[in-house]
Design a protein around this ligand. Sequence first.
Ligand code: FES
Length: 133
Amino acid sequence: MIQNSYSARAVERFRNPRNYEELEEPDGHAVLTGPCGDTMEFWIQVDDGIVTACSFKTTGCGPSRACGSMATELCEGKSVADALELEQVDILRALGGMPEEHQHCALLAAVTLRAALEEYRKHQADEEEQVKG
Ligand code: FES
């Protein structure tokens, strides 16, 4: 998914990232800083095992906004199990590829989203433990 320029789909999301907001009372949340020094933050809401809302923010560049946006778009409506399968390559493919120097933006988006989903799963497991007593 390496190419020399950005697709129209990616450029449009540099300018107008989808779901670029903090969610109130999220079911899962994570914030990670990548080796480039940029930070990404994801929030998810889950209803009956389905991701009903997913949002993000980043301190990063245009490509990181495009990658975060696409990660939220791919995640919404999926089961938590399916959303956990989303990888860097899925984001890059959905954006129509990216130049090599910004491929890592998709990795940071994928890893941060997964961390938010895993936090949700951990809460679920903790609650089940408490119910069992
Ligand atoms: S340059 Fe750091 S996430 Fe894109």
